[in-house]
Design a protein around this ligand. Structure first.
Ligand SMILES: [Ca+2]
Ligand SMILES: [Ca+2]
Length: 563
C-alpha cells in the first residue's frame, strides 16, 4: 500500500492593503491571506474605540498560485485618521485622509527634476553636480545628411535620463510628455497650484509645464535642421556601468532618423505649441518654434513612411542600448495628424487622421500611441471624430471593469496573465486607471472612477507581493531599483517617487541575476534587486503614467471625499 503523506505548511496570516491612504468616501477593502477572516476582523477607530465592523468577506482563488484569499470590505470608515485593523496575528494601519495622493503625486512629478541631465541638481539629499552636458555629440553614420556628415559634432543638451540608464530616447520622451499633457489639459487649475520645488518655481508657468519644457528643449535639438527628420535617440554605443553621471566617459551619438520618433516629435510639439501659448512671458517665441518644427517633422514622416528604426543595422560603432523599435507607425500617424489638425485646422491632417483612425480604443503605451490621438479629439468640442471615439472608449472601459467582482484584489488590473509583463504597473495598471478617469470626465458620468481607485489600491500594496511599488512610500516599498544613480550615489534610499516595472513572468533578466525570482506566478514574479531590469527598473514613461494617474486622483479630491 502506498502511503502518501501530505505536509500542509502553516501559512502566515497576511493583510494586503493600500499602504498610502484612502479617501473618506472611498470603499475600504483589504485582502487577507492565510486564514478565513470571517468573524475575526477587529477595527480600532482613530478615537481608540474598537468596533465590530460590518465586514463582508468574499473568497477568491488565485488562477495561478491556487492560493485562497479573502477580500474583506470593511464597510464605511468615513472619519479621517488611522484605523488599526486586526485579523488573527496580522495587523495593518489603514490611513483615511482628505488627500491621500498629494505627497506621492508631488514626489512622482519631482522625480523628473531629479533625473534631469546636463544641469547640477539642487536637493538636500539627492543633489549632484552636472553630468552628461551633451554639448559635443557625434552624428552617427546612420544619421548623416549632406549638411551633417558622419562625425559632425552637434550640441544636444538637457532632457531627462530615460530610465535606469543615461541615454535619451525621442519616442519615449515624446510619449511621456504627451501622457502628462493630457492630464494637464484635463486638470489645469490643479496643476496651476502644484508646486514641486524646482528652479523654475518663481515664474508664472505651472511647474509641471516647466518640467516638460526641460525635455522639450532637448527634443528640439534632435531635429535635423536640414530636412525636418528627427533622430531616434541620443546614446552611448553600450550601456554605461553602474556609475554616477560625472564618471561616464563613453562618446555619445545621435543615430538614425525614424518615422516613429519623427511623428511622436511632431505630435508633442503641436501640443506644446498650444499649451505654452499662455506662458509666452516665461518662454518667449517657443510656441512658434514648436509649431514650425512640428509641421516640418510631419512632412518628413510623410516622405519616409517606412523609415523604421533598425538597431541591428547600425555599425561603426554598433549600438546595443534601448531600442524602442516599432514596426507599425499607423498609431503615430494618427496621434500626429490629430494633434496637427487641432493646432492648424488644416483639411490634410483631418484626412490623415481619418485614414489612420483605429478600430478600437487601446491602453496608451510608447509603442501604441493611438489613445493619445483619441484624447486630442475628445479634448475639444464639436470635433468630427468625437462620437466614434467616445463609443470605443465606453466599450474599452466596460470590458476593463467586468472582472472586478471575481478578482483576487478587487481591482480591474491583475486578473489576466497578460496584465503582467515588462512595465506592467505603468502600462497596464496606471494607464488603465487614467483611461477610466478620462472616460468619466468625457462622458460626464461617475461610473468608472471608483475602479480607477481600485487600481491605485493595487499599486500601493493590495496585491500579491504586498509591495507598495512606488519608492519612498508605504510600509514596504522597493529599495534597490534598477537605476544607475540610486545604485551608485552612496545614499541608502533610492530617489523617492519612482514607479518600478513590477511583476514580470517573462523574467528576461533571469540568467544574469545572482538569485532566483521568488516565484514564477505572473503576479508574484518580482524581485527587488538592482540587477533585475525586467521587474525592478524605472523609466520616464512609467513615471509619466504615475504622474498622470495619481495627480488626476489628487485633483479630483473634492469629488472623491464627498465635499
Ligand atoms: Ca513654475
Ligand atoms: Ca506604433
Amino acid at each position: 500500500m502506498l502511503l502518501v503523506s501530505v505536509v500542509v505548511l502553516a501559512q502566515n496570516t497576511e493583510i494586503r492593503y493600500n499602504q498610502v491612504g484612502c479617501y473618506p468616501q472611498q470603499e475600504k477593502v483589504i485582502v487577507v491571506e492565510g486564514m478565513n477572516p470571517t468573524g475575526k476582523v477587529r477595527v480600532t477607530k482613530p478615537d481608540g474605540k474598537t468596533i465590530k465592523s460590518k465586514v463582508q468577506v468574499r473568497k477568491a482563488l488565485s488562477p495561478w498560485s491556487g492560493k485562497t484569499r479573502y477580500v474583506v470590505d470593511l464597510g464605511e470608515l468615513t472619519v479621517t485618521g488611522n484605523y488599526h485593523i486586526n485579523v488573527g496575528d496580522a495587523t495593518c494601519n489603514l490611513i483615511v485622509t482628505e488627500s491621500p495622493f498629494h505627497d506621492i503625486s508631488k514626489a512622482s512629478l519631482r522625480l523628473f527634476y531629479l533625473i534631469r541631465s546636463g544641469v547640477a541638481i539642487e536637493d538636500e539629499v539627492y543633489g549632484r553636480p552636472v553630468g552628461h552636458p551633451d554639448t559635443k555629440v557625434l552624428v552617427h553614420n546612420s544619421a548623416a545628411s549632406q549638411l551633417r556628415p558622419a562625425g559632425t559634432v552637434i550640441s544636444s543638451p538637457y532632457g531627462w535620463y530615460d530610465a535606469g540608464d543615461y541615454n535619451k530616447y525621442v519616442v519615449n520622451s515624446a510619449f511621456s510628455i504627451g501622457l502628462m499633457f493630457s492630464a494637464y489639459e484635463a486638470q489645469p487649475n490643479y496643476f496651476a497650484n502644484l508646486h514641486t520645488d524646482i528652479p523654475e518655481k518663481g515664474n508664472n508657468t505651472p511647474d509641471l509645464l516647466d518640467e516638460m519644457m526641460f525635455n522639450l528643449r532637448w527634443l528640439l535639438t534632435m531635429q535635423d535642421p536640414s530636412d525636418g527628420g528627427v533622430y531616434h535617440k541620443l546614446t552611448t554605443p553600450r550601456f554605461e556601468g553602474f556609475i554616477m553621471p560625472t564618471e561616464c566617459r563613453q562618446p555619445r551619438y545621435v543615430v538614425a532618423k525614424s518615422v516613429t520618433a519623427t511623428l511622436d516629435f511632431a505630435a508633442v510639439m503641436a501640443d506644446a505649441a498650444r499649451i505654452f501659448e499662455p506662458f509666452q512671458d516665461d518662454y518667449p517665441g517657443f510656441s512658434a518654434i514648436a509649431a514650425g518644427a512640428s509641421e516640418r517633422a510631419y512632412q518628413w514622416a510623410k516622405e519616409h513612411p517606412k523609415a523604421f528604426y533598425r538597431q541591428d543595422q547600425l555599425k561603426d560603432p554598433a549600438v546595443s542600448t534601448g531600442g524602442y523599435g516599432d514596426g507599425n507607425a499607423s498609431d503615430e500617424f494618427f496621434w500626429a495628424a490629430s494633434a496637427l489638425y487641432r493646432m492648424t485646422g488644416k483639411q490634410q491632417y483631418l484626412d490623415d487622421a481619418r485614414q489612420y483612425q483605429p478600430q478600437r480604443f487601446t491602453t496608451p503605451s510608447w509603442g501604441n500611441v493611438a489613445s493619445l490621438g483619441a484624447f486630442e479629439w475628445l479634448a475639444f468640442g464639436d470635433s468630427p471624430l468625437r462620437d466614434t471615439i467616445l463609443s470605443q472608449l465606453t466599450t474599452y472601459c466596460d470590458e476593463v471593469i467586468k472582472s472586478v467582482d471575481n478578482s483576487c484584489f478587487q481591482s480591474p488590473f491583475g486578473n489576466k496573465r497578460n496584465d503582467f509583463g515588462w512595465g506592467c504597473l505603468a502600462e497596464h495598471c496606471c494607464c488603465q486607471g487614467l483611461v477610466l478617469l478620462f472616460a468619466d470626465k468625457m462622458l460626464g458620468t461617475n461610473k468608472y472612477s471608483r475602479y480607477a481607485l481600485q487600481n491605485a489600491d493595487y499599486l500601493l500594496g493590495r496585491n500579491a507581493t504586498g509591495y507598495c511599488y512606488v519608492t519612498g512610500f508605504g510600509k514596504k516599498s522597493p529599495m534597490h531599483p534598477h537605476h544607475r544613480i540610486s545604485a551608485s550615489d552612496k545614499i541608502e534610499k533610492p530617489f523617492p517617487g519612482m514607479l518600478v516595472g513590477g511583476p514580470n513572468p517573462g523574467q528576461q533578466d533571469k540568467k544574469e541575476l545572482p538569485t532566483n525570482y521568488p516565484s514564477d506566478f505572473p503576479d508574484e514574479s518580482y524581485l527587488d534587486i538592482t540587477q533585475s531590469y525586467a521587474s525592478n527598473e524605472i523609466a520616464i514613461n512609467w513615471n509619466a503614467s504615475l504622474v498622470a494617474f495619481l495627480c488626476w486622483l489628487d485633483a479630483e479630491c473634492p469629488n472623491f471625499s464627498g465635499h
